[in-house]
Design a protein around this ligand. Structure first.
Ligand code: GTP
Ligand code: MG
Ligand code: ZN
Length: 376
């Protein structure tokens, strides 16, 4: 598998499976309602299927086209959120018989999956746009970790995307051990949908396939080495994408997948494979935290103070429930940790934006003075 090319010809793959139109790429009433008809005299609509550093590949329902963004889009962008992400619908101008396109504008997004960039910088990084269901993959051997799962869920819930948990490599564990691991998650999050599967012996794979509905967009999220790309290759019945063995000592992956791309499956569902994530930081994820830790969020309405941090306050209903053993201590700690981090990152982000804005104004006024000086 590791010898398969990193950049398969997706155009051929698309064309082989369907004579396409925008609906088949997921364009539905919601996007229709958010399209400005006046723009369609000048532009056509296409979907971003691959993002490279400074270039994109889009699909317009007929062809896969190499694209760049306009200078205006780049100039007016004041954050990574303003750039196209894989899955975005965009207004484009297409040239020379679908051989090149220019992206002029991004259509409103139904959902946007984003995280904090890794490292010290406080900035957003886009993962994918217009996703219906996010599949969080954890392998049942080394990678299974409920605290990490909660972290992914916060990000997904924040974007109002449906989460589906896939526990991979079920061939490595006995059935009762797998059941226990699923039960442990369900004890804390009873409504979460969880499936165990193996790409090695295909067990559970049919149930995964059943979830992949035509016209909907899915994405595969998880650490490096958990088997995201192996699953995708399996779903396509073709080993089109590169996979790599994990380190035997700790099961860590080697970051084989390096970019995000949208693939159309034979059954009409779309799926985005993503590079394995090392860390997953969040900025301002209040509703994501509430939805993921809903038992804590419900209790917090009974706290004495509205702005209770649930760490030391008197009359804190969360602390009381913790003392009575009504909520899980590990879960509570993870909630508090992520809440602190989210608030801290939001403050740092806002400060940074403020400084950037002031700097923007300053450079504009410097330019004005320069121009005036030149004229006089
Ligand atoms: N035993 C077992 N191994 C698997 C299974 N699925 C994947 N693997 C192996 O796990 C390793 C990593 O798989 P990948 O599909 O490359 O993992 P990935 O999540 O795409 O990793 P990145 O691209 O680095 O993020 C490969 O050696 C796969 O053969 C499975 O169901 N069972
Ligand atoms: Mg991969
Ligand atoms: Zn409280």
């Amino acid at each position: 598998m590791s010898n398969t090319p990193q950049l398969p010809n997706l155009g051929q793959y698309f064309m082989k499976n369907l004579s396409m139109n925008l609906e088949k790429l997921g364009f539905n009433e919601w996007f229709q309602d958010n399209t400005e008809p006046a723009k369609l005299t000048e532009y056509q609509i296409a979907r971003v299927i691959t993002v490279n550093k400074n270039s994109y590949i889009i699909q317009n329902g007929k062809n896969e086209i190499f694209a760049k963004i306009t200078g205006a889009l780049m100039f007016n962008a004041d954050s990574p959120l303003d750039y196209p992400a894989v899955g975005d619908w965009v207004y484009v101008q297409v040239f020379d018989d679908d051989s090149f396109a220019v992206i002029h504008e991004i259509l409103p997004r139904k959902s946007l999956l984003k995280r904090k960039t890794s490292g010290k910088q406080i900035e957003f990084q886009l993962i994918a746009a217009n996703i219906d269901t996010a599949m969080i993959i954890q392998s049942l051997d080394f990678n299974y970790n409920i605290r990490r799962l909660e972290r992914y869920l916060v990000m997904i819930n924040e974007s109002h995307i449906h989460p589906l948990v896939l526990l991979s490599k079920s061939d490595l564990l006995a059935a009762d051990e797998i059941e226990k691991k699923i039960a442990d998650i369900h004890k804390l999050m009873p409504n979460l949908q969880i499936l165990a599967f193996s790409s090695q012996n295909d067990s559970g794979l049919d149930q995964v396939k059943e979830r992949l509905i035509a016209g909907k967009t899915f994405c595969l999220l998880g650490s490096s080495g958990v088997g995201k790309t192996t699953l995708l290759n399996n779903l396509m019945d073709e080993a089109l994408f590169e996979t790599h063995k994990v380190r035997e000592t700790d099961g860590k992956g080697r970051h084989t997948t390096t970019r995000r791309q949208l693939i159309l499956l034979k059954n009409g569902a779309m799926i985005i494979d993503t590079p394995g994530m090392r860390e997953l930081g969040n900025i301002a994820v209040e509703s994501g935290l509430c939805d993921t830790f809903n038992e804590i969020a419900e209790l917090s309405t009974q706290c004495r103070y509205n702005d209770c941090t649930h760490i030391h306050e008197k009359g804190c209903a969360v602390l009381l429930a913790l003392k009575d053993g009504m909520i899980s201590e590990e879960r509570y700690r993870n909630y508090v940790k992520m809440n602190k981090e989210s608030v801290y990152n939001e403050m740092s982000y806002l400060e940074k934006r403020q400084k950037d804005k002031q700097f923007g104004k300053l450079s504009k006024s410097v330019m004005k003075h320069k121009n005036r000086a030149r004229r006089s």
